[in-house]
Design a protein around this ligand. Structure first.
Ligand SMILES: Cc1cc2nc3c(=O)[nH]c(=O)nc-3n(C[C@H](O)[C@H](O)[C@H](O)COP(=O)(O)O)c2cc1C
Length: 229
């Protein structure tokens, strides 16, 4: 498909968001929209993974990189995700901790954008999350040298089988120990934007900008402005 000019246009008609209806803190507004997205996904065929986020980093040369991950943590410190220390994102964050993370829900005509710095998730919190992962996902995390090349699919499956043999599925919570390369980051935001699609592309953008050191739920730490669409 080379010419998309005939592709149907959608006029976005969300209820919008404004200075009067936005919650008092970025945390409260994020929690409300994420909860609504999760609820909508439960009843909307084809609406999968409402907690998927795009995560952007830059490499040592300033070259941007972006990929989708699942937001596994969400509290008033910011959204967080898990990954592998072998990954490109881990290398990039080690040299430049600046990060951007976006939830995008096109079917709801909504998005939330965070910009800030990545903070590593502590070992206890990571371990608590690790225990909730299904056995197969634990084994896959052990078997994969994420983002590194491998000859073919067979080699990947052989690595999976080796780790399965090493840590059989006993059903015990700690059947598979968390590997040392399992890691995660949380975004400590300095800016959070709530975008709501409106008719004729005259969208709403309400932006919280950090003015203090508090959490996402500290009203004194954030100033609100509206940006043009
Ligand atoms: C829906 C979806 C969910 C994903 N979830 C994760 C995740 O939680 N953690 C992760 O490391 N990669 C996840 N991935 C894979 C990443 O997009 C990416 O391929 C991987 O993290 C390697 O990225 P990097 O080489 O830029 O570090 C997911 C991909 C998709 C499409």
């Amino acid at each position: 498909m080379s010419d998309l000019s005939g592709y149907p246009r959608t006029d976005y008609d969300s209820e919008g968001i404004d200075e009067g209806t936005v919650a008092g803190t970025p945390w409260q507004q994020t929690r409300a929209w994420v909860s609504e997205a999760v609820a909508a996904a439960e009843v909307t065929p084809g609406f999968a993974e409402p907690t998927a986020v795009s995560v952007a980093t830059v490499d040592a040369d300033g070259m941007p990189n972006v990929r989708v991950v699942l937001a596994r943590f969400l509290d008033d410190r910011g959204p967080g995700f898990v990954s592998s220390l072998h990954s490109a994102k881990a290398r990039e964050l080690a040299t430049n901790g600046r990060i951007a993370l976006a939830y995008t829900w096109p079917g709801l005509f909504r998005a939330i954008r965070f910009r800030g710095v990545a903070e590593p998730i502590g070992a206890d919190e990571l371990r608590a999350y690790w225990r909730t992962r299904p056995y197969g996902s634990q084994i896959a995390a052990c078997a994969s040298l994420q983002s590194h090349p491998i000859e073919n699919r067979d080699a990947l499956e052989a690595a999976f089988a080796e780790w399965e043999a090493r840590y059989p599925d006993t059903g015990a919570e700690d059947a598979v120990p968390m590997p040392a390369d399992f890691c995660g980051w949380r975004v400590r935001a300095h800016e959070v934007e709530f975008w709501a699609g409106r008719r004729s592309r005259l969208h709403d953008r309400i932006v919280f900008t950090r003015i203090g050191d508090g959490t996402l739920d500290d009203p004194a730490s954030w100033a609100v402005t509206r940006r043009q669409p």
